[in-house]
Design a protein around this ligand. Structure first.
Ligand code: PLP
Length: 383
């Protein structure tokens, strides 16, 4: 068939990404910080499901200074956007991946002596020092050199001509716990104090993620923040002081009604028969299920918006369909839009609310929207 005759296939379930909101969020986060504070944009996991290229390209023009990704594949993909942007790998490298550090000009997170030897070997063989950010473990118990041992590892990096220290950082374990976070800040600062000859204004010194910014002291001793969730318009927790930044959601998650039908009282709904209709009802079958990223845990709990009205989920979410009660929403017809996360006719379901129904967190919800779901960029050009 000639391409003239191809009819576009309508979307059954899609995510809308508002890049102008992303830009506004980044700028308003920056505006809430001291002007000298550098901005590390965390864009791992496909920019939290928003699309790495589209999100990062927008952030390059909105005030990001450095991009942080999880792994080498993400970094290589991001490198396509430009040869000069600094890129930091947040996850450890596998030994076979070390060579990509020079090939794609990436900075590595460094936590161990073994990594010093490996990265320096790569630097030596290519004749250029490898850029590293020393990570200090102040209580996360994951990556990073234990804070007590950080000055010794720092000294080894500095003494190695095949490595170049580009940054130093720590990661908060529980940033909503201000006392524990303050203790992590104190341990980080104490470790920095003991790094002999360190010149903090020549490197990125970063600790604060989205929630960390809320409790950051006015005179922060650090010169960079490392932000993920907040730039996508989502508060890290409900009592966050960051409401003042007024973040606007970037992501919404939508589907359509596939079938509307009447069922008698007493009928059970979906697999496992976990819901029984208590009245004669009208149900709408939506064109999305856990194969698209509606968590099964949201079964019998979540709501969707149709015609701006909340409609409860009935029974279990299935792979390709989800059933909702539209008995009190009489004008629903096949083809109508149903909003899982986002706004419709002045009503809104936030990603935080949706995540609570699914007993998870917004970070995981965003990462769980599957490949089957196209991302539609509504505002790709200027604001
Ligand atoms: C090391 C590191 N830094 C920063 C972030 C960004 O955190 P948030 O999305 O809470 O801003 C993450 C996210 O998981 C992370 O793993």
């Amino acid at each position: 068939m000639s391409s003239d005759h191809i009819t576009p296939i309508p979307h059954r379930c899609w995510a809308e990404i508002d890049l102008a909101a992303l830009e506004r969020n980044l700028k308003s986060i920056r505006a809430s910080l001291p002007a000298s504070m550098k901005y590390v944009a965390v864009v791992k996991a496909d920019a939290y499901g928003h699309g790495l290229h589209q999100a990062a390209a927008r952030m390059m023009h909105s005030g990001a200074d450095l991009f942080a990704v999880a792994n080498v594949s993400e970094a290589i993909s991001l490198r396509e956007l430009g040869p000069d942007w600094p890129i930091l790998l947040l996850s450890p490298l596998l030994p076979e991946e070390d060579r990509f550090l020079t090939e794609y000009k990436l900075a590595a997170t460094l936590s161990t002596e073994d990594e010093i030897a490996r990265f320096a070997a790569v630097g030596k063989s290519c004749g250029e020092p490898i850029s590293v950010h020393l990570k200090i473990d102040t209580g996360m118990g994951r990556l990073g050199v234990w804070h007590v041992n950080a000055p010794a590892l720092y000294a080894k990096i500095i003494a190695n001509s095949h490595l170049q220290l580009a940054g130093i950082f720590t990661h908060f374990a529980s940033p909503e716990d201000i006392a524990f976070t303050d203790e992590q800040r104190r341990l980080f600062l104490h470790a920095l104090d003991r790094c002999e000859g360190i010149s903090l204004n020549e490197i990125f010194v970063h600790a604060d993620n989205s929630a960390g910014i809320a409790s950051m002291p006015e005179e922060s001793p650090f010169n960079a923040v490392r932000v993920g969730l907040l730039q996508f318009g989502i508060l890290p927790h409900s009592h966050s002081l960051l409401a003042a930044v007024n973040p606007q959601p970037v992501f919404s998650f939508r589907t359509r009604v596939g079938v509307v039908k009447q069922l008698p009282s007493g009928t059970t709904i979906s697999y496992g028969r976990t819901h029984t209709l208590v009245r004669d009802s009208t149900i709408a079958v939506l064109c999305a299920g856990y194969g698209d990223g509606i968590p099964r845990a949201a079964s019998n709990r979540a709501e969707v918006l149709i015609h701006g009205q909340r409609c409860p989920l009935l029974g279990r979410v299935t792979m390709d369909q989800t059933i909702v009660d539209v008995t009190d929403n009489p004008n629903v017809i096949c083809g109508d839009e149903a909003v899982l996360v986002g706004q419709q006719q002045g009503a809104e379901i936030s990603i935080t609310e949706f995540s609570e129904w699914a007993e998870t967190i917004p970070w995981e919800t965003l990462c769980s929207v599957t490949k089957r779901v196209p991302r539609l960029y509504r505002t790709p050009l200027g604001i």
